[in-house]
Design a protein around this ligand. Structure first.
Ligand code: ADP
Ligand code: MG
Length: 305
């Protein structure tokens, strides 16, 4: 036979009105389990401290109740945030506060701060981040993704490899529909680039021939419903090469770019900038930063001192 959970009978307001001191004492003894039943875990865990603080500040009953509720709301919000961050599967923590705008003068800080309000996510618009490797695209993807989570939007990070690989596998195994539905669910889908691995970004991947078609299906499904934040090392004019099909690339770009915010970053790799600062590399003589892969000059090892 199933065991029934023992629960304290809820005191009726009428009963309370006529309560004797002994009844109140009994309620106090039941307080812990009543707080558990009401799922007020933070109040239960911090009760002594909160009540002491309320007494020290000489709060009246209404103020003390508000003080307790605030502790519970804060704790629940922190738990929600931490769960949503886990679900989003960010590869690492990066924040807007940690982004050195002076290091990338081609980025308008005002535009990024405006994007951080996430109005574009609320509207189901897209965002495209373009630029050579190491200029902070993934940093901004993570930072903006975290802002979206903080504002209550569901976010999912995924690598281009993971996403397209999953869709291709889905098609082969007859589960494409389920996978498209899975990637259509979050309000914001971000293509993740593994740190230090430019090949993971859209632009360097050797794509399966059908990957472009499958990506188009996903973009169409999310069109005007949920936002996509995508980064690439390759300018959009070269995406027909990326997808290996001019018609598919045009169709993807048509939907992706219709309501979109494009941020193009020009400049040096932040990683190499740090290495140069440390004296590991020197900028080549007459060093223009617009040559080489994605506008990046090949690093020249510094001469031994
Ligand atoms: P990309 O995705 O464009 O290849 P990343 O975002 O992966 O570049 O940047 C490489 C590393 O440099 C990351 O650790 C990132 O946090 C850091 N980084 C890049 N740009 C900046 C910046 N402007 N301020 C602070 N850190 C930066
Ligand atoms: Mg990246």
């Amino acid at each position: 036979m199933a065991r029934t959970r023992q629960q304290t009978p809820a005191p009726s307001p009428v009963g309370l009105a006529a309560a004797e001191p002994a009844d109140i004492q009994r309620l106090v003894e039941e307080l812990d389990s009543m707080l558990s039943r009401l799922r007020l875990g933070a109040i239960r865990e911090q009760l002594d401290g909160l009540l002491e603080e309320a007494a020290r500040r000489q709060l009246n009953l209404r103020e003390a109740l508000a003080w307790l509720c605030a502790a519970e709301v804060t704790s629940k919000e922190q738990r929600r945030l931490s769960m949503a961050m886990t679900i989003a599967r960010f590869p690492f923590v990066r924040t807007l506060e940690g982004f050195e705008f002076e290091a990338q003068p081609s980025i308008d800080p005002g535009k990024i701060r405006d994007l951080a309000t996430c109005r574009w996510v609320a509207n189901g618009d897209n965002m495209v981040l373009l630029g050579p490797p190491g200029v902070g695209k993934t940093h901004l993807e993570v930072a903006l993704g975290r802002e979206a989570v903080a504002r209550g939007y569901t976010v999912q990070f995924t690598t281009a490899m993971e996403l397209l690989g999953s869709l291709v596998k889905g098609q082969q195994q007859g589960s494409l529909e389920a996978r498209l539905a899975q990637y259509s669910k979050p309000k914001l889908l971000i293509n993740r680039c593994a740190e230090g691995c430019a090949y993971d970004e859209l632009g360097y991947l050797p794509l399966e021939p059908q990957a472009g078609h499958l990506f188009f299906q996903l973009i169409s499904r999310r069109y005007e419903q949920g936002s996509v934040l995508i980064s690439s090392n390759r300018p959009v004019e070269e995406w027909d090469e990326v997808f290996g099909d001019q018609v598919v690339a045009a169709a993807i770009l048509d939907r992706l770019m219709h309501h979109s915010h494009v941020v193009t970053i020009r400049g040096d790799s932040y990683r190499l900038r740090e290495k140069r600062r440390a004296g590991l590399f020197r900028t080549p003589a007459g060093g223009s930063s617009s040559a080489g892969i994605g506008g990046l000059p090949p690093p020249t090892p510094a001469k031994e001192a």
